[in-house]
Design a protein around this ligand. Structure first.
Ligand code: ZN
Length: 69
């Protein structure tokens, strides 16, 4: 009996995921709600609000310092 549908069932394995530096979520660049270019590098975010926060002070998030809210 053949194993139908059993074998390669990778789902999104190996997809390039990036971190939303604002809220620390994993974001898929293809489906990211917002993206922002800073110094020639693209950053992706889960929501426009995260992008707005990043755009205000990119260096803070890139350097890993997070503001307590
Ligand atoms: Zn976010």
């Amino acid at each position: 009996m053949p194993f139908l549908g059993f074998g390669k069932r990778k789902q999104g394995g190996g997809e390039a995921r990036v971190k939303d530096l604002v809220c620390d979520m994993d974001v898929d660049p293809k489906t990211a709600a917002a993206s922002y270019e800073h110094q020639g590098k693209m950053y992706h975010f889960c929501a426009p609000g995260c992008k707005a926060a990043f755009a205000k002070d990119p260096e803070k998030y890139i350097s890993g310092q997070r503001m307590q809210m």
